[in-house]
Each structure stands twice: as C-alpha cells, then as structure tokens.
Design a protein around this ligand. Structure first.
Ligand code: C2E
Ligand code: MG
Ligand code: MG
Ligand code: MG
Length: 295
C-alpha cells in the first residue's frame, strides 16, 4: 500500500530502486511477521535467573524467538523494530504474555518447580494498547492459566515510563493493583530521571550488561552505586549478561541479589528448562553442579 501510494504520488522521484527494494523487503518481512504471530513460527525461550549468593535458580525470563522459514532462528532485536514500525507490537506483546504464562504452567504440570516468570513488555504497548487493555489482557492470561499475579514480573524500560502520552505511571499503578511485579530492564542505558525511580512502585532493577562486562574502574563504581541505590529504594537488583565467574564474584562482593547470563545458562526452549533447573533448585543441591555457587 505504501509503495503504491508512493508510485502514484509525485514523491516517485525520490523513490530510488534501492529504496523501493528496501521497502518491499520490509513490507514482506512485516507480512511474514504478522503471519508468524498468527501461525506457530514464534517460540518462547526461557533464561534462568539465579541467586548470586547460592546459585539457586529462582526465576526465568521469557525471550521470544522466530523460526523464520528462510532465515532460521531470529533473535528479537532484528524483528521487534519491524513490529514497532508495522504497529503490531500489541499483537506480539499479547502473544508473548499469553504464551510465556501458558508454557510455564504447562511445564509445571510436567514437574517444573514454580518459578518467578519475567516477561518483557515493549514501551509501545503502554501507548499502543490503552493501559486498560494491557492490564485486562494480563489479568485474563493469569486467570486462564491459574497463575498467581505475584509470580509474574513485567519487564519495562525507561521508555515506558516517559512515553509521549504520559500514561505510563497510570498503567504501572493499575498493574501493581492487579498484583504483578515490575522490573526496570536495561537500567543505566536510558534517560529516566531518578525521581521516577523514587516515585514508581518498581520491584526490581535489572542492571544492563554493559556495566557488567566493562572492566574499567568506573564500571565497578557504577555497579556499586546502582546496587546501593536499589537497596535504599527497597528494590531487588539483578545483573544481566553475566558470562564469567570473575563477574559473578564481583557481583557477590557488591551485594547484588540475582544474576542472569550465559554463565548460568543461555535462553533455552521450555522443554529444556527442567534439565537446566534440576541441579540448581533449592533443596536439590548436587555437589557436581555447584560451579556457579559462591556460598
Ligand atoms: P533483554 O530483555 O534485556 O534481554 C536480555 C538479552 O541478553 C537477551 O537477548 C538474552 O539472550 C541476552 N543475553 C542473555 N545472557 C547473555 C550473556 O551472558 N551475554 C550476552 N551478551 N547476552 C546475553 P535476546 O533474547 O536477543 O533479546 C533481546 C531483547 O529483545 C531483549 O532484551 C528484549 O528487550 C527484547 N525482547 C525479547 N523477547 C521479547 C518479548 O517477548 N517481548 C518484547 N517486548 N521484547 C522482547
Ligand atoms: Mg528483559
Ligand atoms: Mg535487559
Ligand atoms: Mg536489552
């Protein structure tokens, strides 16, 4: 449609073959993504979240994957931007919330221990769906699967809080009233004012992996400051992208609560979760599996 308009209008002079080809490709991807959401090409992967102190897995984060028929397994960074442009983040987001909850509940019926479930919610969902719709959808998904709201954590970013419509804070309050937990994702990479942090009922801060990976003196100082601030505000704090034992030791020394990263496990399909969790769940201590255990 957009291309037709362009060709019909006088803007056709600006539409070089290269641009037209790019646009056609994007539109094709948009349509493919729509079909993928409707069909069954999307799959939720889950990455464990573990206690820094004990190594016990206490939660998982749901991370969407697209089995593209031609391009193979695609990570979300490549298609979430497309979804945003196509205005279908709400569809994608509803699918993500519904299927993450359903998958985890299904695995629990097969013996997976109860874990805290984190689901990412894009900033567009706060604006695209009216807040009431998002809250209603979350409530519906929880009721359908019989999951307690306290077990669901929605990961939002600083962008959701300061969206142009300005309704982020109301949506957050409504979600809290429902009983779900809220985590602030990629903390430190956005641009929100610290006063928001004080005012909003955020339960968990997720420190962006750039602060974990950096080895400079400033990175350590930043890490320490974020952890101290989170503690002061009664939030739990989770470090993202932990890949080495040295990084884990540093987090332990700084008093970080939780971590997530390849050191513990990459994101895995739901059916593989039980195996990853098996040796790292409280009460199932296995001396051979304590490689990531600090205490
Ligand atoms: P995020 O929520 O910050 O997720 C963390 C990303 O870091 C994931 O990338 C994860 O696979 C990756 N990661 C985990 N451990 C390590 C590590 O040790 N080292 C490194 N270098 N990376 C690690 P992924 O799965 O590609 O997702 C990228 C982003 O896409 C997510 O960032 C999130 O913002 C978004 N996303 C993923 N799934 C969904 C979804 O269902 N809905 C929405 N709205 N966004 C999603
Ligand atoms: Mg996240
Ligand atoms: Mg993150
Ligand atoms: Mg990220």
């Amino acid at each position: 449609v957009r291309m037709a308009k362009r060709i019909a209008g006088n803007s056709v002079v600006f539409c070089t073959p290269q641009l037209a080809a790019n646009e056609a490709r994007t539109m094709e991807t948009e349509n493919r993504l729509r079909e993928a959401i409707a069909g069954n090409e999307l799959e939720m992967y889950f990455q464990p979240q573990a206690s820094v102190r004990t190594g016990d897995v206490v939660g998982v984060e749901a991370l969407v994957r697209w089995h593209h028929p031609d391009l193979g397994l695609m990570s979300p960074e490549s298609f979430i931007a497309i979804a945003e442009e196509a205005g279908i983040t709400a569809e994608l987001g509803c699918w993500a919330i519904q299927s993450a909850i359903a998958e985890i509940c299904r695995m629990e019926r097969h013996g997976l221990p109860p874990l805290q479930l984190s689901v990412n919610v894009s900033a567009d969902m706060f604006t695209g769906l009216s807040g009431r719709d998002l809250v209603a959808h979350v409530r519906q998904a929880l009721v359908r699967e019989g999951m307690a709201p306290q077990r669901l954590t929605l990961e939002i970013t600083e962008r959701s809080i300061i969206d142009e419509n300005g309704n982020g804070p109301q949506v957050i309050d409504a979600l809290k009233a429902l009983g779900v937990k809220l985590a602030l994702d990629d903390f430190g990479t956005g641009y929100s004012s610290l006063s928001y942090l004080k005012a909003l009922p955020i339960d968990e801060l997720k420190i962006d992996k750039t602060f974990i990976m950096g080895n400079a003196k400033e990175d350590r100082a930043f890490l320490r400051a974020i952890i101290m601030m989170a503690k002061t505000l009664n939030m739990s704090v989770l470090a993202e992208g932990v890949e080495t034992r040295d990084q884990l030791v540093r987090l332990y020394e700084e008093g970080c609560d939780l971590y997530q990263g390849y050191l513990c496990s990459p994101p895995v399909p739901a059916h593989a979760l039980a195996d990853v969790i098996k040796t790292r769940f409280p009460g199932t201590s296995n001396p051979q599996a304590d490689c990531n255990r600090i205490m």
